[in-house]
Structures are given as C-alpha cells and as structure tokens.
Design a protein around this ligand. Sequence first.
Ligand SMILES: Cc1cc2nc3c(=O)[nH]c(=O)nc-3n(C[C@H](O)[C@H](O)[C@H](O)COP(=O)(O)OP(=O)(O)OC[C@H]3O[C@@H](n4cnc5c(N)ncnc54)[C@H](O)[C@@H]3O)c2cc1C
Length: 476
Amino acid sequence: MAKVVLIGAGFAGQTAALYLGKALGKDHDITVINKYDIFGYTPSWVWVGVGQMAPEKTVFKLKPVYDKFHIRFVQGTAKSVYVDDQYVLVDKADGGEEQVPYDYLIIATGARLNFAGTPGLGPHDGYTTSICSLPHAVDARDKFFQLMERMEKGEKVKIVVGTGHPGSTCQGAAFEYITNIHKVLLKRGLRDKADLMWLSNEPALGDFGVRGVHIKRHGKLIGSDEFIRAIFDLYDIRWQVQTGVRKVEPGKIYWENYEGVEGETEFDYAMLIPQFLGPGFTYYDKDGNDVTSKLANKGGFVLVDAIYGLPWDEMAHRPEAWPAVYQNPTYKNIFAAGIAFAPPGPISRPFTNPNGLSITAAPPRTGMISGIIGRVVALNIIDLIKRGRMTHSERMTEMFAACIASMGDSLWDGSAATIVIYPVVPDHRTYPNEEGRDLFVTDMEMGLAGAWMKRMIHSTFMHKLQGRIGWQLIPE
Ligand SMILES: Cc1cc2nc3c(=O)[nH]c(=O)nc-3n(C[C@H](O)[C@H](O)[C@H](O)COP(=O)(O)OP(=O)(O)OC[C@H]3O[C@@H](n4cnc5c(N)ncnc54)[C@H](O)[C@@H]3O)c2cc1C
C-alpha cells in the first residue's frame, strides 16, 4: 500500500487530490494536509473585495469531499520535510505536532505572501489592502466601504491598485480589482469623487507577466497594451508601469522606475499585490542536515525538472527549459504543483534599473495552470504506483490559458476582458513569429459574454473541486 501526501488544498492540490482519491483512495493511503478546513475559490475574492459577493459563496468544507474520495485530512501547517525518512512535520490546527509519512509527496502550497518584502505593505503591519486571502479580501471590502462613506460626504479620494513589490506577479487579479472598483463607484454615483490609478512593475501595459499578447485582427497585429490602454482611457484610470514599489507609509507609496528615478504616489486607499514566495520549508536528510538547497531556490519555490540559470534570451528559445513533470531531480518522489514549483525564470522581459534594482514581473501560475499541473502530477503518481513509470507531461510552453477579467459582476450590464493565450510561455521554436505564440488561437475580446463566462466558471469550478457528478468532464 503506497502513501501519497499532498500539502495544500488549493487549485493544484485539490485537483490532484480528486484524481488520486478516485484512482487510489480505496487501496492506498492518500492524505491531504491543509492550513484551513476549507477550499477557497481565489478568483472570486476580487468580487468579495468590492462587496459584490458574500465571502461564504467562495468556500466549501474539505472534509466531506475527502470522505467521499477515501482521503485522510490533516488540518495544520506543514513546516519541514524529512526527505530520507520520508515524512512531513505538521503543526496541527488542534494543537500538537504530527509526523505524516509518505512514499510520494506533492507540495502545492500556493503563494507565501511576502508583505515584509516591502516595508509598510499589507493589511497587518502596513497601510495597504490585499485580496490575496479571504480574510484580506473581507478587510479590503470593509475599508473600501469606509472610503465610499467618506466619498458620499463629498470627499475626493485617491485610489491606487497594482503591484507592491518590484518582483510581484498576479497583475491580472489587480487589474480585475481596479476595473471592478470603477464599476462599483459608477453604480453608486461616486465615480467623479475618485482618482483611480494603476501602478505596476510590468514592462508595458497589458503585459500581465506573460510578455503581453498580440492578436491578428483584419490582417493587423493588435497588442494587449493597446487593448488595456483603451479600457483605462474609457474608465478614466491613470496608469504608471515600469515601477517597483519600495516602501509604503500612511498615504504615500515610494517607488523607483526603470530610469532609476525615485518618486512618491499619494493614496487614500491602495490594494497592492505583494511578492509571492514558495512554501519556505526546511528539508532535512537522515542525519538531520539541512538539505534545503537541493529542494528549493532562494524564494523557497520547489526545484523541479526545469533548466535553471539560462539567460532570459536563450530561455525564450528553449521550451524544454520549462518543467514537464514537476519532479524534484534529487528526491524523485517529491513533486511540486501550482505556484509552489520554481519556474526557470520570468516570462516577461527582466529589467534592472541604473540603481541595480530588478523590476521584473514574476511569471503567473494561474488557477487553470495550477489545476493542469495538479492533474499531471497526480496522474504520474498513479502511473508510478500502478505501472512503475510516468506517462504524462505538460510544459507551460504547451498550455492554454484563458484569463477573464471581470469588470463588474452583473450579468446584465457587467463586462469582461477575455484573453486566450496559447501557449502561456512563448515557444519561438514551434511558433517562429515574433510572439512565439499561435496567432490563430490567441485572442482578446471585451463584452458581456465574458461576464457570463466568469460567473459560470465560478459555479463550474466550485462544482468540480467538490468532486461532484461529472467533475472529471470539466477541464482544469
Ligand atoms: C485575487 C485573486 C484573483 C485571481 N483570479 C484568477 C482568475 O481569475 N483566474 C485564474 O486562473 N487564476 C486567478 N488567480 C490565481 C489563482 O488563484 C492561483 O493561480 C491559484 O490559486 C494557485 O493555485 P495553488 O494550488 O498553487 O495555490 P492556492 O490555490 O493558493 O492553494 C494553496 C493551499 O495551500 C495551503 N497551504 C499553504 N501553505 C501551507 C502549509 N505550510 N501547510 C499546509 N497548507 C498550506 C493554503 O492554505 C491553500 O489552501 C487569482 C489570484 C488572486 C489572489
């Protein structure tokens, strides 16, 4: 009987858990370790953060799902991994520690939010809000409501949304948040009371950490920079890119830009995405030596079958630099899925300013990508247990991504920018055009249909990830 342990029940971990439970649950030991007893549907926290969705609509309890799939659930925080003795040390939510043994381990812990990387950032010890966890989104909503109360009394306010660290990712979520703020203010008749500003580390508008998107329309190439600029013009949103936030003080964001110029932006309300880090576990061998350098990079992300250390220009022409099976090369029974794996480098062009500050958008690993990786890893572990070899692989140079950024949640007057990218990481070898992408598949649209799709995806994923009837038919 094999023991498979999963740390993290988010998009990657939950997807993997369902595949593992279905294929192995009755005959093998599957255990999921997760900090909380609920799954959280992150994309809808954008709506929670503007008060357009109740927080409880974005979560479900994990234990009943695991009972159906013959999976053991441990609620707690994994803190270290003993790679030779093959167990995970967990601080349990109900007190005490537990050693959870494994033959195969999947690390799917998502992003560790590094608010400390930018002094003054974040809702706990800082002056900005966040929508990166459910409690953060609720706090962001409450502060946004307080701001609107001030606006109702006639006060004019400054709202800044974007990235809060020179190396942040997840610009898509921030973009969605600023457009939803615009829509809510418009509905409340308060839009004229707010100066809305986008502040980001992207090299260009619409880059989103994936080097932007270009599509062919009527024989002409249109870029996501033009697309997003048109939306910002329409919504009267000011913008500033190529900017790394260094520090936040009450009402003031301090930044540096590509030219090395230092400046300040004032705010009454700011939602800035922090830097994301990997799980940050300590890994020990059988003699108690710290072997973390064999398993994780400096950011704590788990090293897998990628080619690390290539210059960016070279990596852009070597799709095999991106991992295919997400397996640690030293400890081959350890896999990483979703945000937890260490990418070989950024997708967007990296930039270091004259002061030596790297202002580089980190590569996003969206929900869809995380789900796909979770599936690949789970199917390979099932393969290894049943057949002794892996048969599944999928690199980010082979993956689709559909990004739907809602602009208001209404199914009648809402809207959404829908961007379909293939492949997520440009592959100049297969697609020898300037984009390194399939220009027939890659597309951008804006309209009401996207708003319907976004709403439908919420319900479909909440259904799928609870392992309800037909869950396997719904693609990641
Ligand atoms: C506001 C917002 C909106 C977004 N919108 C979209 C969108 O529209 N479309 C899209 O595709 N993507 C979207 N994303 C990105 C998407 O949410 C992530 O890509 C996805 O959640 C990553 O999946 P994951 O499994 O790697 O991590 P997560 O989903 O974050 O799951 C990680 C899990 O691990 C648990 N965990 C962490 N550390 C430990 C530990 N030490 N011990 C035990 N458990 C631990 C966490 O509690 C969590 O349950 C959005 C992100 C944000 C923040």
